[in-house]
Design a protein around this ligand. Structure first.
Ligand code: R5P
Length: 274
């Protein structure tokens, strides 16, 4: 592996633990102005200093992330479908490798849709992106997307999807946590990070998810809604860092959250214009 590619990976997986806490703020590319990510800059600015990487599109990067940021960028480069259509798998590569280099990305990310209508295109897009990435030292993160079929998130399906991504050359894979997650880890020879999925019932449930994932071999989280839809997003990030980097228990991480809750008022929803 080239030094440049290894250096980019190392920046996202800091030496303190070799794991990562990525902040996912790329949802608008197919969901539009999601709750509490309506104004990307307002959501991202206070959180970026606590993240090991920011997962964004080029549009949000250019408009809403300070160019002086030192937080590594995982640039989403796939898209082309929205929640207004049934088939979310109809994606293509939307951002070139030259653009990723100009934007000083530390990795590029695309969704793969194993078993979906456009499985073939998404997998060949991944293979091409890996070829392009290898030629310039850019890591590629494959995201095992399930579109609207959230029930697909079980170990059998995710193990298959993650393994396919690794076989096609992805340098890391983002997937979902599930029962028997260790089987997914075992079959995937590159690092796995987990998404949070839709907001869970409580902040503690999100910490439990992260703790389970790390205990079973994930190398980190790439979480969005369970952080910035929380009433205490900075505290959530600090608590997740404790789990991912310091191997804190759920109780220990939750105490960090409670301390911050006692100190900092909750963020509210943005007022809806009259
Ligand atoms: C989809 O928009 C992206 O891949 C998200 O980055 C991913 O789903 C992680 O975000 P969340 O934790 O909100 O699921």
């Amino acid at each position: 592996m080239d030094w440049g590619l290894r250096n980019r990976l190392a920046r996202m997986f800091p030496e303190v633990s070799g794991n990562t806490v990525m902040l996912a703020v790329d949802h608008g590319y197919f969901m539009g102005p999601t709750r509490r990510l309506e104004n990307p800059r307002a959501t991202i600015t206070p959180l970026a200093p606590y993240a090991d990487a920011l997962a964004v599109t080029r549009g949000v990067l250019r408009t809403s992330v300070a160019p002086g940021t030192t937080t590594p960028i995982v640039l989403r480069v796939s898209g082309g479908a929205t929640i207004l259509k049934e088939d979310l798998s109809h994606e293509t590569i939307t951002t070139s490798m030259d653009e990723a280099l100009r934007l000083n990305a530390s990795a590029v990310a695309l969704s793969i849709f194993v078993g979906a209508a456009h499985e073939h295109e998404s997998l060949t897009n991944l293979a091409q992106l890996v070829d392009d990435g290898e030629s310039v030292g850019m890591p590629v993160m494959a995201i095992t997307a399930v579109g609207k079929e959230l029930e697909k998130r079980d170990a059998r399906y995710l193990a298959l999807a993650c393994r396919v991504a690794a076989e096609l050359g992805a340098h890391l894979v983002k997937t979902y946590y599930c029962d028997d997650f260790s089987k997914v880890v075992e079959g995937c020879p590159v690092p796995l990070v987990v998404a949070g999925g839709p907001k869970l019932d409580s902040d503690r449930a999100a910490l439990e998810l992260a703790h389970g994932a790390i205990a079973e071999g994930a190398r980190g989280v790439d979480m969005g809604r369970n952080i910035w839809q929380s009433d205490h997003p900075v505290a959530m990030l600090k608590s997740l860092r404790a789990i991912v980097h310091d191997r804190a228990t759920v109780d220990e991480a939750y105490r960090i959250l409670e301390q911050e809750r006692a100190r900092v008022p909750p963020v509210g929803d943005r007022p809806v214009a009259a």
